[in-house]
Design a protein around this ligand. Structure first.
Ligand SMILES: Cc1ncc(COP(=O)(O)O)c(C=O)c1O
Length: 437
């Protein structure tokens, strides 16, 4: 169907939502037609403290009154304060910060630092991972989006994701024993040209279908990296600042990365990201001439917002709240799972939760048509969730990442919508329709 709104837009994805948004507040967005929609994606997984939080508005207003933007060699108080605040939140070895704009850019900085420090260029990413669309990051985006843009960066290598529900090496069933990690490194050893630089990974693979690695995964990965002189880069775009029920995902895995990138959840909806590393890596790269001068690297406005977001997370106890509400959401979804055979798997940590639809639990065949129909109908009924479209063509998995400020009542509203939608859609689809076309 022709969408008149697309007239002046480059279509950057598979179409737009069938409504136009007028405003948003907390966990709700309101369309120009007056419909209220519960936002179970926190915008693009950024608005963890809720849409249009007054703390963000105040920080923006203060920057408008003082200073918005500066030349990259000029420092301001918000930039200095945010760098110091970030360092105070992470282990002592991560004591150097650069502020940038997006998750892809923060990862690009991470990769540039890793390459310059090690003098090597081979970078390993996990299958089903997502790290951004700049050339370096996109080369290790193994959840898709490669076709049509020419070669990847030389030295881009893949490690199978620890996807216990659909084991990539057909070994585990439901519980990952890390054989994929060992088998993956055997392959990496054989493919490497002797320039292994770094592994980049998300603590929970989000765009790839909410894949939660087993508890010992990152310690084992860390060891495999150390044995090869590789750096470990953790990309906490979605998991940082409370979403998993801990300030950072790496805390849950008791591992400290060499380089940490944070983004979406730091800006609360304003473009802000950061890369953190050790003073050892920073000074080595500085001495080798490291350069990352970009237009907004020293902007006071986003830095002021980042400080406000961290303040709100601490003042409102949102880390603990994410843990509790995440458990509640998982519990409620598992109740639904008992009632609906088509809910094959429910998984997640904190308020990053996935629900995978299957034709039946024995074959686990992805119920793609059902996924699309349920997503559309939930939206019509006032609940916005993400279908994870990047998992190698599967359309049967929903990602839920509501603001950390979500209430139990709002979770109940979402559960009722999913329940009623599943009943209605299943009643209207014949069994054959559930099969992927
Ligand atoms: C884990 C992760 N890293 C990086 C990115 C890229 O962030 P951005 O779109 O801000 O460049 C994303 C975006 O979805 C992400 O999920």
């Amino acid at each position: 169907m022709h969408d008149e709104r697309e007239r002046f837009l480059i279509r950057y994805s598979r179409g737009f939502a069938p409504f136009t948004v007028a405003r948003a507040s907390g966990a709700w967005i309101e369309t120009t037609d007056g419909q209220r929609i519960l936002d179970f994606t926190s915008g693009q997984i950024c608005s963890t403290i809720g849409h249009n939080h007054p703390g963000i508005a105040a920080a923006v207003q203060q920057s408008l009154d003082e200073v918005i933007h500066l030349n990259s060699w000029m420092l301001s108080e918000p930039v200095l304060a945010l760098a110091e605040r970030l360092v105070s939140l992470v282990p002592a070895s991560l004591n150097k910060v650069i502020l940038v704009n997006t998750g892809g850019e923060a990862n690009e900085v991470a990769l540039r630092l890793a390459k310059m420090h090690t003098g090597r260029f081979e970078v390993v990413g996990l299958t089903r991972s997502w790290h951004g669309l700049q050339a370096g990051a996109a080369s290790v985006n193994l959840a898709g989006g490669h076709a049509g843009y020419g070669p990847l960066m030389p030295g881009s290598l893949a490690l199978p994701a620890p996807y216990a529900y659909r084991c990539p090496i057909r070994h585990c069933n439901g519980t990952c024993d890390c054989s994929c990690l060992e088998a993956g490194f055997d392959m990496i050893n054989q493919q490497s040209v002797g320039s292994l630089c770094a592994v980049i990974a998300e603590p929970v693979l989000s765009a790839g279908g909410i894949i939660v690695p087993p508890p010992d995964y990152f310690q084992r990965l860390r060891k495999l990296c150390q044995e090869r002189g590789m750096l470990l880069i953790l990309d906490e775009a979605q998991t940082g600042f409370g979403r998993l029920g801990a300030m950072f995902g790496f805390e849950l895995y008791e591992v400290v990365p060499d380089i940490l990138s944070v983004s979406k959840t730091l800006g609360g909806g304003i473009p802000l990201a950061a890369t953190l590393t050790s003073s050892e890596i920073e000074s080595d790269c500085y001495n080798k001439g490291f350069m990352h001068v970009t237009s907004h690297v020293a902007d006071p406005l986003p830095a002021a917002v980042g400080l406000a977001v961290i303040n709100v997370i601490e003042e409102e106890g949102l880390v603990e709240q994410a843990r509790q509400r995440g458990n509640y959401l998982l519990e409620r979804l598992r109740e639904l799972q008992q009632r609906h055979e088509q809910i094959g798997d429910v998984r997640g940590k904190g308020l990053l939760v996935g629900l995978e639809l299957v034709e039946d639990r024995t074959t686990k065949k992805p119920a793609d048509a059902l996924g699309v129909a349920v997503g559309d109908e939930c939206l019509r009924r006032g609940l916005s969730m993400n279908i994870v479209r990047s998992t190698g063509g599967m359309l049967n998995c929903f990602r839920m990442a509501p603001p950390l400020s979500i209430t139990e009542d709002e979770i109940d509203i979402a559960i009722d919508i999913i329940d009623e939608t599943l009943k209605a859609v299943l009643a209207s689809l014949s069994r054959l329709d559930l099969v992927a076309e």
